[in-house]
Design a protein around this ligand. Structure first.
Ligand SMILES: C[S@@+](CC[C@H](N)C(=O)[O-])C[C@H]1O[C@@H](n2cnc3c(N)ncnc32)[C@H](O)[C@@H]1O
Length: 276
């Protein structure tokens, strides 16, 4: 892989499943999972970080909501007078989004390959961990390159991701994630490397918690360094900074340390040029 990230760690898996095979499997799981959770992703209210993004950057902007789900953010933004387009790969979610919010445009497409013109949005937002749903390194790089391509000069992109180094209460989340990862590798060795190939590092499968009866979900948890490397591979490293939610809310864009232990982090980038 170009940026030298993750691939080394993913090789264990790739010897057993092709990258494409794994991608297909997770994309199928994502489709089921998010189709089952539209009740939550069409109705939940805006979080403080989302209100902040709109208040600070969104009022006169053409906004793109990437991985928009069932229209939660698009609806709230249009109600505030904003101009927003939603894009999501999930046809069920897009159908619900179109019913939830009649004042926005929606496109059913993958964020890895956006059917949208260059420089067509002033604000490009990938919120609430939609980026973590991408199963492969290639998809993550292509997505950042696509978000950057559709961002207009003078505009900004913001990508919110779950943090692999999140500690949780008493460090329990971190400990559990590490044990889970080591257990997969140990089980695989214990079975003579014949079965249960460990899924790639920092990938997790979890029980759906937003809507009863939904299929399990997938997330690839990222690190600060990984986000920097993905940004570099997508050729936006000169403009991108990885910041905490607190920094986003304070408008400071202070880079966070590699072992940042918060729940989330944001890749924030502003494109040079334009009027601002
Ligand atoms: C956690 S939900 C977030 C929904 C919405 N952003 C919100 O905050 O309400 C993640 C969304 O990402 C979408 N998604 C996953 N992979 C995608 C891809 N390759 N392209 C576009 N959307 C994708 C899923 O279909 C799902 O609707």
């Amino acid at each position: 892989m170009k940026g030298g990230i993750d691939m080394a760690r993913s090789r264990t898996l790739e010897r057993h499943l092709s990258d494409d095979g794994y991608g297909l499997m997770i994309r199928a799981l994502n489709e089921l999972h998010y189709a089952g959770e539209t009740s939550f992703y069409s109705t939940a209210s805006l979080r403080p970080c989302e209100k902040h993004l709109f208040d600070r950057y969104g009022h006169d902007a053409r906004i793109l909501d990437v991985g928009c789900g069932a229209g939660r953010v698009t609806k709230a933004i249009t109600e505030r007078g904003g101009r927003i387009t939603g894009v999501d790969i999930n046809p069920t979610a897009i159908d619900v989004a179109r019913q939830t919010c009649q004042d926005a445009d929606f496109v059913c497409a993958s964020m890895t390959d956006l059917p949208l013109p260059d420089a067509s949005f002033d604000q490009v937002w990938c919120l609430r961990f939609s980026f973590n749903a991408l199963p492969t390194v290639v998809e993550r790089i292509n997505t950042l390159a696509e978000l950057w391509r559709v961002c207009a000069p003078g505009g900004s992109m913001f990508v919110e991701v779950f943090n692999w180094h999140h500690r949780g209460r008493f460090g329990l989340v971190r400990i559990a994630n590490l044990l889970d990862q080591y257990a997969r590798v140990l089980r695989w060795h214990g079975e003579g490397k014949q079965r249960s190939a460990p899924i790639p590092a920092r990938d997790i499968l979890y029980l759906a918690n937003k809507a009863e009866g939904a299929a399990p979900g997938f997330a690839h948890l990222t690190t600060v360094r990984e986000m920097q490397q993905l940004g570099a591979a997508a050729k936006l490293d000169r403009y991108a900074t990885v910041i905490s939610e607190e920094s986003l809310l304070a408008g400071t864009r202070t880079p966070i340390r590699p072992r940042h232990s918060g729940y989330s982090m944001w890749l924030a980038a502003t494109k040079p040029g334009g009027l601002s």
